[in-house]
Design a protein around this ligand. Structure first.
Ligand SMILES: Cc1ncc(COP(=O)(O)O)c(C=O)c1O
Length: 380
């Protein structure tokens, strides 16, 4: 079998994209909130069932600008079990990240550990719907309300996820989605912020466009984080195929679940009740005795199957955060990070390839059991 990467970007048909961008040659309007940008904005407001969508050139800048738009100060409580971007966006806003441990079942920020981290310096909570798994929004938002804190969700992985029919972008004060090339929905690079407050729309538009507030007025120091017309056109095309994209991913996930569920020592994420998933990632935790996650990565690699230690190391273990006091106080996150991999998952992945991956993991289990028994002086 040929190489199986962990992810592969989905593309529309070449002709479809060319058709979508052809009128850009008539208008010469390449960026700065052109017609593609406006069209994609309304398409996404409808798809995500949110009143407001603000597009950005990537998810990271969407998050940075969302945080900046609330004018926060002091400390922000977040999870260390995430991609660098979540914490970097906090720190690049001159805020101090405080790491909260994760729930052992959902791997999202554990609200039971949240309140003890709140001080008079805390201004916000930034939880992550990691792998598209929904955080305990009810409890997080109850605590946030009690302490008058903002909640900004990093929903980079959760595009299209719904909770009891409610779009996931409607929770908290704002949510950020990533449209990076490797995501369920991509605009090559790209992202957005969703929110309910109409005033935020103007603020975000200004923040991502140099702080320009009028034809001759610049009232504050903004950056440049605008999505261009070619990105928006890619989004328009890809959105037409999203249903198909998700259903192809679902078939692969079903194989992974059916074939891996019974293997001792493996933990799969539980299916969340009332949640419409997007099948963004398929994490497997090798938690049982005798399993060694790094060995699994190496063995699959020998068969040209490239999985990812997603997320390892924890953000709190990055060299750039070694000065933060509480970097070792998240034992659940630490354990999961040392045991987890995400399996290859993308619309183009064949069902045979998914079966093949499961078979190899099954074989690894038998080899491991055989070795353990031999070590104990018994035979199979
Ligand atoms: C959890 C998380 N947050 C933020 C980001 C940043 O998004 P982007 O790559 O679009 O800048 C990513 C990207 O992969 C992510 O996984």
């Amino acid at each position: 079998m040929s190489d199986i990467p962990v992810t592969k970007s989905s593309l529309p048909l070449f002709k479809e994209y060319v058709d979508e961008i052809s009128d850009i040659w008539d208008s010469h309007w390449l960026t700065n909130m052109g017609s593609k940008h406006e069209k994609l904005t309304s398409m996404l407001e409808e798809y995500l069932h949110t009143p407001y969508v603000s597009l950005f050139t990537n998810g990271h800048l969407a998050l940075e600008n969302a945080i900046e738009s609330f004018g926060l100060a002091g400390e922000v409580i977040t999870t260390p079990f995430t991609f660098a971007s979540t914490t970097h966006a906090i720190v690049r806003n001159n805020l101090i990240p405080v790491f909260c441990d994760i729930d052992p079942e959902t791997f999202t920020l554990d609200p039971n550990k949240l309140e003890q981290l709140i001080t008079e310096r805390t201004s916000a909570i930034i939880p992550v719907h990691v792998y598209g798994t929904v955080c305990d929004t009810e409890e997080i938002e109850r605590i946030a309300k009690k302490h008058n804190l903002k909640v900004i969700y990093d929903a980079a992985h959760a595009f299209g996820v719904e909770v009891k029919g409610r779009g996931i972008g409607n929770f908290g004060d704002a949510s950020m989605f990533s449209f990076h090339a490797t995501k369920v929905f991509n605009t090559i690079e790209g992202g957005c912020v969703t929110f309910q407050d109409a005033q935020l729309k103007e603020r975000l538009s200004q923040l991502k466009n140099f702080g320009i507030t009028g034809p001759e007025t610049v009232e504050f120091v903004g950056g440049n984080a605008k999505m261009n017309e070619f990105q928006a056109a890619m989004g328009i095309c890809n959105l037409h195929h999203l249903k198909d994209e998700i259903s192809k991913r679902e078939k692969i996930v079903n194989i992974y679940r059916e074939r891996l569920e019974g293997i001792p020592g493996l933990k799969l994420m539980a299916v969340q009740e009332g949640v419409k998933p997007n099948y963004a990632y398929f994490p497997v935790v090798f938690e049982g005795e005798g399993w060694d996650r790094d060995e699994v990565v190496a063995q699959l690699g020998k068969h040209n199957i490239f999985v990812r230690k997603y997320f390892y190391p924890l953000v709190s273990d990055y060299a750039c955060y070694s000065h933060l006091e509480n970097s070792t106080e998240t034992p659940i996150a630490k354990k999961i990070a040392s045991q987890v991999i995400t399996l290859p998952l993308y619309a183009d992945l064949s069902l045979e390839a998914a079966e093949h991956i499961c078979q190899l993991i099954q074989d690894l289990y038998y080899t491991k059991s055989k070795n353990t028994q031999a070590h104990m002086g018994t035979t199979l």
